[in-house]
Design a binder for this molecule. Structure first.
Ligand code: BGP
Length: 493
């Protein structure tokens, strides 16, 4: 019973939400550096500052249906506030933060490498040594505390130069630029990093601010080609990583949107099947089986999409299947064939509101049992080891007069999910390598750009407008998780 002895209890972050230092140490601009802050609770969206082909500029609202027209590029407008520029400043606090992670007893720490810290424009011949040195220090410091780094090569991040000059991932050249970046970091950090993720939430990589391509909505052929390039780059990276070090454990990462059919009406069941295939199964099938599934090929046929491939590509996909499946799990969704009732919120997709579940302040349905279901579905289908690399609660925290933060709601959320995870291991026999809570420390929200939507075990003094001392304070959940880890998941009180 219980968790395996070497279970990776950890916590996660992402460079564009945490690192800051956006132009320090030779770093170049990333598309994320052109995205403003927002306010999810008050419905204030995030914007990208855009320069159009005719030279005019404007602010483009991010969200469903938003796209940059061909020829448009994003830029940094000095009058705007961009949360990624400082974020919660890991760049200048890494020593202090890793010491706190060590104190909490983390066995693993998930972070992403900023592509533009290593290749500022993305297409240089030589990497930026100062950027490489930064992560050397970070990984060495992690090992000092016995923390295993778990590294995402790409977390919603594309060099701005690649977006402006090549139309991002729409260009085949970007596959080679990414491989060069991957080879550089795999070689440099050999022996320091063993657990890798190629792309974060690969099933959400569809918009300009993540993959740097224009016409994401109006040109399905171009989007399908860009996604193909990403999947190909990922597969080639897996193969390369195994060649560089047979000890490397290569994972793909996707957002597990567990979905239920709204009723037993076969139309709802079919709608759920379509949704699942489109939003998650397709990506898993390619990464785990090494080829495009028939339902996707048929969809391409119907839509008149023809992928442009090069010789050897099919083999590369087959050779690059992953060693383990990493996924984020926040909420489940309900799918209906016809519009009904109230919409739910969620990690990129809400669906119909589930009457059996409670919701977070941001209306994400809380579904711990869904996590057990997700683990079982994945294990049954692919028989590959699993790793939960994001799970957590975004909530507003209150700092008491004495400086303490009583985040019992977060503890309650995590406790319920850990119990279900334990059942999946001990009752269902799922092979689970680890659990990375989102997030190790407070960072900027990816969806809304807010600071007030906090996930961390450690509070960072900073508000939605960028004001604050950046001082770090342990929350109650910090001490609680420390106990959980020390007891290998037995003491959840
Ligand atoms: C996932 C992303 C993370 C993270 C998390 C929480 O989709 O991989 O980057 O931020 O969701 O989402 P949010 O920050 O929008 O609350």
């Amino acid at each position: 019973m219980g968790f395996p002895k070497d279970f990776l209890w950890g916590a996660a972050t992402a460079a564009n939400q945490y690192e800051g230092g956006y132009l320090s140490g030779g770093k170049g601009l990333s598309v994320q550096d052109t995205v403003t802050g927002g306010d999810g609770i008050h419905g204030i969206p995030r914007y990208i500052s855009v320069r159009y082909a005719d030279g005019t500029t404007g602010m483009l609202k991010l969200g469903m249906g938003c796209e940059l027209p061909a020829g448009a590029v994003a830029y940094v407008d000095e009058k705007q506030y961009y949360p990624s520029h400082v974020a919660t400043d890991f760049y200048h606090h890494w020593k202090e933060d890793i010491a706190l992670f060590g104190e909490m007893g983390l066995k693993s720490f998930r972070l992403s490498i900023n592509w533009t810290r290593i290749f500022p424009n993305g297409d240089e011949e030589e990497p930026n040594e100062e950027g490489l040195r930064f992560y050397d220090q970070v990984f060495d410091e992690c090992h000092k505390y016995g923390i295993e780094p778990l590294v995402s090569m790409n977390h919603f991040d594309c060099p701005l130069h690649l977006a402006s000059e090549y139309d991002g991932w729409a260009s085949r050249k970007v596959v080679d630029f990414f491989l060069k970046y991957a080879e550089t970091i795999l070689t440099r950090y050999k022996g320091k990093v063993r657990y890798w993720i190629t792309f974060n939430e690969v099933n959400f990589l569809r918009s300009y601010h993540m993959i740097g391509i224009t016409e994401t909505e109006s040109n399905p052929q171009k989007l399908a080609q860009a996604i193909y390039h990403i999947l190909l780059a990922s597969a080639k990276t897996v193969r390369l990583a195994h060649e560089i070090d047979a000890d490397n454990r290569m994972g793909m990462m996707f957002a597990y949107l567990l979905s239920y059919a709204n009723t037993c009406n076969p139309d709802d069941v079919l709608a759920e099947l379509d949704f699942s295939r489109d939003i998650k199964d397709f990506y898993l099938d390619v990464h785990c089986r090494g080829y495009y599934p028939n339902y996707k090929l048929k969809e391409f046929e119907r839509k008149g999409i023809r992928l442009v491939k090069e010789e050897g590509d099919d083999q590369a996909l087959r050779d690059g299947t992953v060693d383990y499946i990493a996924f984020s799990y926040y909420n489940s969704s309900v799918i209906s064939s016809a519009p009904v009732g109230e919409e739910a919120g969620g990690n990129h997709f809400g669906g119909v509101k589930n009457p059996y579940l409670e919701s977070s302040e941001w209306s994400w349905g809380i579904d711990p049992k869904g996590m057990r279901i997700a683990l079982n579905k994945l294990w049954d289908k692919y028989q590959k080891p699993l790793m939960i690399v994001e799970n957590g609660l975004g909530a507003k925290d209150r700092v008491e007069e004495d400086g303490s933060i009583h985040d019992d709601y977060r503890i309650d959320f995590l406790r319920k999910h850990i119990r279900e995870m334990e059942k999946a291991i001990s009752l269902d026999g799922v092979e689970l390598w680890g659990y990375q809570v989102w997030s190790a420390i407070d960072i900027v929200s990816a969806g809304t750009g807010e600071m007030r939507k906090r996930y961390g075990f450690i509070y960072v003094d900073k508000d939605d407008d960028g004001n604050g001392t950046l001082e770090r304070t342990r929350k109650d959940s910090f001490y609680w998780y420390k106990k959980v880890i020390a007891s290998n998941g037995e003491d959840l009180d």
